[in-house]
Design a protein around this ligand. Structure first.
Ligand code: 7RM
Length: 665
């Protein structure tokens, strides 16, 4: 994996000879047929209108497909009205499928819950009534800060049901990260839990909410709904805090969904950008739901008797689109799991697949590489023969991991779909279609029917097969973001300013000799650690906010396990400079700073390594040359340093590092 296309070793990538054609048996039964591409190509907008009518239930049918007059803010199916929760739940019950299992919940300690669509309907209706009783109305924002629980799904759907806009904040984020998101969204309500189970022990969540609400800009929050999960002691603010169970108990099980316009906001999800401040990515209802349902049906080949499992947390967009909205819109039966893959043992995932007969698995390359490291005898101990489609998402999947996934998990038969998309795209954009595409290890390959993507050079010219450049999307798509919450200018600047009329995804990409697309990683200052987006700037700001740090530069270094790893270079303030002079002192400083980053942003942002340096390499205009730091972090000879203001800096850094090396690792 590389961060810069210019640094990619093209030769290795473009000569992938392995190709896995679909079996005739799979192809014959597949939801996707080659005609899907032809249909979409013949009439792209008509194709999307057909999907929207076929896969989504409308309260008022739409007559317009796309309105692009306010570009780059799209309006899809704008004169239609609908409700996302009704589509996810009620219509299946009305169709006589209320007894069908929607969720097989498995808690980390081993407790389980089976939730049918009829159960889900009752819970969502009660939660919707409870939110309404707390004064939450259409358009209000609700922040959800929960572990992976049934209640998390219910909470999201309850918001959708009353037309409130949810903003899920990943439970691993710190109080400070939570505070800034609550403030930016001006949330009226926070839904959280006393805690969740993590690696065999209860881990508290509510204290972070209390701390966040003590902070600036959170006065808009009137109530906190608290799910009881761990039963641990929980500090309580009378009048503000309410137990989820108490609020639901008294609520009616009937609730008439609030029918909203197709362009009514469904959710805001914050994601790291190249500057410090996270962006509130805004998604609306009709187009988003259409593309989630469409991609979930065709990319995963969903059938009635499938048991589907997406391992993502609802705190990430993958959890929104492929745990909540896509699968539930399609009436799927799925598994949700609270904990980590190695609790209480490293076979937990495979045990769950055997137990529930999971047939479709959607996970991230970092998880696959971790399982590879643990050894194939662990999955070999379980019956995985129910698996028939395997998905990958979040970062480029290296061919070795792809081959291992196919052979060890997929029994050498299950097609792998390597799905490229982003928080901003809302749903899958580039992926093979199982049963149609002959798959290639490491490549996401082809834009889905209805999606227009290209790889272009610096001048926005489409590169020929065999060439490399930047991934762009050339036509609007239904689930595209509708903007950054409260900041239209930033939306236009971030995604649409590099080339006129093209959406710039921020990823480098190549086309191979067959025209298939290979994703090469971010070309901006966004890192991808275990499939999670982190901003270099945000971590740098966190480091510099510590008393002892004068300056900091953060890079994403290639890492066998996590794709990229956070490596920080820091300059200590004068009076603290000698603290890192001894190996013990350096270790202490590193620990202190790692903890500080965890507190400011969250444990996932903790630098894997922190290197104390006397100087940072800068250009004459003062830009930090991260490329050179990446060379150091990846133990390479330092590349061309001629544009440095002071060429001796790199020698200073390298010399200093050899001296403190033992303390870094
Ligand atoms: C779904 C999600 C988006 C970034 C994106 C890429 C990288 C995601 C793939 C991938 C190569 C893939 N949303 N990315 N999927 N790179 N192949 N199949 O991950 O907003 O959190 O991240 O992730 O760099 O721009 S995200």
């Amino acid at each position: 994996m590389t961060t810069h296309p210019e640094a990619a070793s093209l030769e290795n990538l473009l000569h992938e000879e392995r190709s896995f054609a679909p079996s005739p048996a799979f192809a014959a039964q597949a939801n996707a047929q080659p005609s899907l591409y032809a249909d979409a190509a013949a009439d792209r907008l008509g194709f999307w209108a057909d999907q929207a009518r076929d896969l989504v239930s409308w309260h008022t049918p739409f007559t317009q497909t796309l309105d692009w007059t306010d570009a780059p803010v799209a309006r899809w199916f704008a004169d239609g009205t609908l409700n996302a929760a009704y589509n996810a739940v009620d219509r299946h019950v009305e169709a006589g499928r209320g007894d069908r299992v929607a969720l097989h919940f498995e808690g980390e300690p081993g407790d389980t819950r089976t939730v049918t669509y009829a159960d889900l309907q009752r819970d969502v209706a009660r939660a919707a009534n409870a939110l309404a009783a707390l004064g939450v109305a259409k358009g209000d924002r609700v922040v959800i800060y929960l572990p992976m629980l049934v209640e998390s799904v219910v909470a999201m759907l309850a918001c959708a049901r009353i037309g409130a806009v949810h903003s899920v904040v990943f439970g691993g984020f710190s109080a400070d990260a939570l505070r800034s998101r609550i403030a930016d969204a001006e949330a009226k309500l926070v839904i959280t839990a006393d805690g969740g189970y993590r690696r065999g022990a209860p881990s508290a969540l509510k204290p972070a909410v209390d701390e966040a609400l003590d902070g600036e800009g959170t006065d808009t929050v009137k109530h906190v709904l608290v799910v009881r999960r761990t039963g641990q002691d929980t500090a309580w603010t009378q009048g503000r805090d309410i137990w989820w169970d108490d609020a639901l108990e008294s609520a009616d099980t009937f609730h008439e969904p609030v029918w909203v316009d197709a362009e009514h906001p469904l959710f805001i999800l914050y994601t790291s950008g190249t500057t410090g401040k996270p962006k509130g990515i805004l998604h609306t209802t009709g187009g988003y739901l259409t593309q989630c349902a469409y991609t979930h049906k065709y990319v995963f080949d969903l059938k009635d008797d499938d048991v589907y499992w997406c391992t993502a947390d609802i705190g990430w967009v993958t959890g929104h689109s492929y745990v909540v909205y896509g699968p539930l819109a399609n009436g799927a039966t799925q598994v949700i799991y609270e904990g980590t893959p190695d609790t209480p043992h490293r076979g937990r995932w495979w045990e769950l697949i055997e137990k529930y007969g999971v047939s479709i698995l959607y996970t991230a390359p970092t998880a696959i590489r971790t399982c590879m490291k643990w050894g194939e005898d662990i999955p070999a101990g379980f019956d995985l023969s129910s698996l028939r489609v395997l998905g990958s998402v979040g970062e480029p999947i290296n061919p070795e991991a792809w081959m291992w996934y196919r052979r060890v998990i997929g029994g050498d038969t299950a097609p792998i779909v390597d799905t490229w998309w982003q928080t901003e795209t809302g749903a899958i954009m580039i992926s093979p279609l199982p049963g149609v595409t002959a798959t290639k290890p490491g490549s996401a390959q082809v834009p889905l029917p209805g999606i227009a993507a290209d790889v272009v050079d610096d001048d926005a010219r489409s590169v020929p097969d065999g060439g490399g450049g930047y991934l762009v999307l050339t036509e609007p798509w239904p689930s595209m973001l509708r903007g950054i919450w409260g900041d239209r200018q930033r939306y236009e600047d971030t995604y649409w300013s590099r080339w006129k009329g093209l959406y710039f995804a921020g990823d480098g990409a190549k086309k191979d000799d067959d025209g298939d697309v290979w994703l090469l990683g971010r070309v901006d200052d966004v890192m991808n650690v275990s499939g999670h987006r982190l901003s270099t700037t945000e971590i740098e700001s966190a480091l510099v906010s510590h008393d002892i740090v004068a300056e900091a530069a953060v890079v994403g270094a290639n890492d066998d396990m996590t794709g990229q790893a956070v490596v920080a270079f820091v300059i200590l303030r004068g009076e603290h400079a000698d603290r890192a002079a001894t190996p013990e002192g350096a270790a202490e400083v590193q620990q202190e700073l790692r903890n500080h980053v965890a507190k400011e942003i969250g444990p996932i942002a903790k630098p894997k390594r922190i290197l104390v340096v006397p100087e940072l390499p800068k250009t004459r205009s003062g830009k930090i040359m991260r490329r050179l730091l990446r060379d150091v972090a990846e133990n390479r000879a330092v590349g061309d340093a001629t544009t440095l203001a002071d060429a001796s800096v790199m020698t200073l850094i390298s010399d200093g590092l050899t001296a403190t090396k033992s303390a870094d690792d």
